[in-house]
Design a protein around this ligand. Structure first.
Ligand SMILES: Cc1cc2nc3c(=O)[nH]c(=O)nc-3n(C[C@H](O)[C@H](O)[C@H](O)COP(=O)(O)O)c2cc1C
Length: 217
């Protein structure tokens, strides 16, 4: 998939693109890691420091949770979902047969990275650049997505598997309480990771020619 064979000036370019192609969604994960916690932390910190943001606003906030702390995310999620079942908002049968095993599979992994956006930190820049005021929130989310993508790709490059989840706002209060997260941090995504216990599923690719154009080549 993609262009014909090309040669890059810098071999690192091919390496980056290979990591991009190798990143997949892994749902079957073990509570182990082939790399040290320090290496995982380094990947996450690099994303926080070096992923770009509009006007260099640096709106992303990230929490890395490992082992027992990671499991708490999924205990919080399960408890919140059980609350929905008790309230009659989610059918018990679907919860028992599908939702609960899924959450338990996330819990069985090694860690979770929580990605937040601090929208409140944009107040002064929205005033300063009023013409862009409505653009800053989506820009902040786009920047956060870049961090998610970098961490996902880098962890998998190190032999971990990961999947990206979205249980906000259901779990926001529980997460905020458990780790004393500042109220201005708005949870966006949860990246679950661990040693792969299976292969990713089949992936279909819509034709490149329907999705890409080049002019002036
Ligand atoms: C912005 C975004 C949101 C996603 N949200 C979820 C999610 O909530 N739950 C989930 O299981 N997968 C989620 N995914 C994973 C996609 O389903 C997956 O990336 C896609 O099917 C392509 O498969 P791949 O990751 O193996 O390349 C999300 C991916 C992206 C990029």
């Amino acid at each position: 998939m993609g262009s014909t064979q090309v040669e890059f000036k810098n071999p690192a370019t091919a390496t980056i693109l290979e990591a991009v192609k190798a990143r997949r969604t892994y749902y079957a994960l073990k509570g182990e890691s082939p790399i040290s916690d320090e290496a995982i932390q380094n990947i996450v910190e690099t994303s926080v420091l070096h992923v770009p943001s509009s006007f260099n606003t640096q709106t992303s906030r990230v929490v890395l949770l490992l082992k027992e702390e990671h499991k708490k995310v999924w205990d919080i999620t399960l408890a919140a979902l059980e609350g929905l079942v008790a309230a009659g908002a989610v059918p018990r049968e679907a919860f028992e047969s599908s939702t609960k095993p899924k959450i338990e599979s996330f819990r069985a992994a090694y860690g979770t990275v929580l990605f937040f956006v601090d929208y409140e930190s944009l107040a002064s820049i929205k005033e300063k650049f009023a013409i862009y005021a409505d653009k800053f929130d989506p820009f902040a989310l786009e920047s956060n997505a870049m961090s998610q993508y970098l961490v996902w790709t880098a962890l998998e490059s190190e032999g971990l598997g990961a999947n990206l989840q979205h249980y906000s706002p259901l779990i926001d209060e529980g997460i905020q309480k458990e780790w004393n997260i500042p109220a201005s941090w708005k949870l966006d995504a949860q990246l679950v990771f661990g040693t792969p216990a299976g292969e990713p599923g089949e992936k279909a690719f819509a034709p490149l020619e329907d999705r890409f154009k080049v002019f002036g080549k």
